[in-house]
Design a protein around this ligand. Structure first.
Ligand code: ADP
Ligand code: MG
Length: 250
């Protein structure tokens, strides 16, 4: 298991957004997380990626306890994520977004980000190479000099995927990649997610689009009101009365 989450809980005041969740991901799998709005899915990703500190529970990544690690350290260890709303710099080019975004993800603060030692300069060269490689993987090399403000929503999602790749992850967390994308344009994103898994990456995927989940996921976990209510293969989940009830009841 590349990721092992035990009894993970996050409280916001009196609200248990994530409630005693157990979750295991096998290396190389595409593992989906589904559930109604407000179920705690994004919060769950925020905990794994170090954006939020858990109230209790543990998160193990490749056998190492990352529960209390800061986000930049977790990124360096090999977990990358995308956001429900792509947070790219609209006035910068695609390439610059990857270079800036990579720094923001792996450096601990402004001081780190502006200090330019020799080593830093070498790292910057490497990060430019990584950015080009990631654009090629996501099949958008031709967009490298475009301003983010000038590209489509689907292309922005590809840039967000590319940004995730620039930190050399082993596990990528994708938060609703198809949200805001035209229904006719989601197949390309599905293909890229499959391509990521085929290249050896492990993928955790939050998505509402069921056809996408059913065709991509090896396993699915269902959250409802912060708690895990079901887990299984797409076939098992599709026919699970508890899951159907959670969706209809919300
Ligand atoms: P999902 O992604 O499944 O739609 P979220 O994880 O975004 O759900 O939210 C789960 C619950 O936690 C919601 O009730 C939401 O309002 C609450 N929540 C999320 N983030 C915060 C926060 N930073 N502060 C307070 N409440 C939050
Ligand atoms: Mg969410």
């Amino acid at each position: 298991m590349i990721l092992k989450v035990e009894n993970l809980t996050k409280s916001f005041g009196g609200l248990r957004a994530v409630n005693e969740v157990n979750f295991e991901v096998k290396k190389g799998d595409i593992h989906a997380i589904i559930g109604p709005n407000g179920a705690g899915k994004s919060t769950f990703f925020n905990l794994i990626s170090g954006f939020h500190r858990p109230t209790s529970g543990t998160i193990m990544f490749k056998g190492e306890d990352i529960t209390k690690m800061p986000a930049n350290k977790i990124a360096k260890l090999g977990i990358a994520r995308t956001f429900q709303t792509t947070n790219l710099f609209e006035d910068e080019t695609v390439l610059d977004n990857l270079i800036i975004g990579n720094r923001l993800r792996t450096k601990s603060g402004l001081f780190d980000a502006i200090l330019r030692t020799k080593r830093e300069k070498r790292e910057e060269m490497e990060s430019i190479q990584k950015a080009y490689d990631a654009l090629e993987f996501m099949e958008i090399s031709d967009l490298s000099d475009e301003r983010i403000g000038n590209i489509t929503q689907e292309q922005k999602k590809r840039v967000a995927f590319a940004l995730a790749l620039t930190t050399d992850p082993e596990l990528v967390l994708l938060d609703e990649p198809a949200a805001g994308v035209n229904p006719g344009e989601t197949d390309g994103l599905s293909t890229l997610i499959k391509k990521m898994a085929e290249s050896g990456l492990t993928v955790c995927l939050i998505e509402h689009k069921m056809s996408m989940i059913m065709s991509l996921a090896d396993r699915i976990v269902v959250l409802n009101q912060g708690a895990r209510i079901a887990e299984g293969t797409p076939k098992e989940i599709q026919n699970n009365p508890v899951v159907i009830e959670a969706y209809l009841g919300s």
